[in-house]
Design a protein around this ligand. Structure first.
Ligand code: 5GP
Ligand code: ZN
Length: 114
């Protein structure tokens, strides 16, 4: 828990969010500025600033985040076609420094990303 972190505040209910899923380790909610018809974020309750801050202690947690996110994608009708994005660092587009996987779906995607 980082008291200055927006996503920690969403986890503890200080800031409201459109929640899709919660368990002991994860919280998933719709992105406030959706970039696709379906766009949600899954975050661990443990505050980790981003992908480059993941340690071997987190191996199982981050693996499970992928699997739980894919299940939520399925429940929301995008289980067959979706994109997962993790941004690391400002130049890569990271704006919230609490690790999050974006799940985007419901439209065709282009490559390369911007
Ligand atoms: P990043 O740019 O760090 O990869 O992704 C952060 C995401 O969080 C952005 O897509 C942004 O729209 C979303 N976001 C920022 N603030 C809020 C908020 O208060 N509520 C929700 N639901 N999403 C947010
Ligand atoms: Zn946090």
């Amino acid at each position: 828990m980082d008291s200055n972190c927006l996503f920690c505040k969403i986890i503890n209910g200080e800031i409201p969010a459109d929640k899709l899923y919660e368990d002991d380790d994860f919280f998933a909610f719709r992105d406030i500025t959706p970039q696709a018809p379906q766009h949600f974020l899954i975050i661990p309750k443990k505050h980790i600033s981003g992908p480059s801050a993941v340690t071997d202690e987190d191996d199982q947690l981050i693996g499970r985040m992928m699997r739980v996110g894919a299940e939520i994608a399925k429940e929301n009708g995008i289980g067959d076609n979706f994109r997962v994005v993790l941004n690391n660092g400002e130049d890569a587009g990271q704006s919230v420094f609490h690790i999050h996987m974006h799940f985007l779906g419901g439209r065709a995607m282009t490559w390369p990303p911007g």
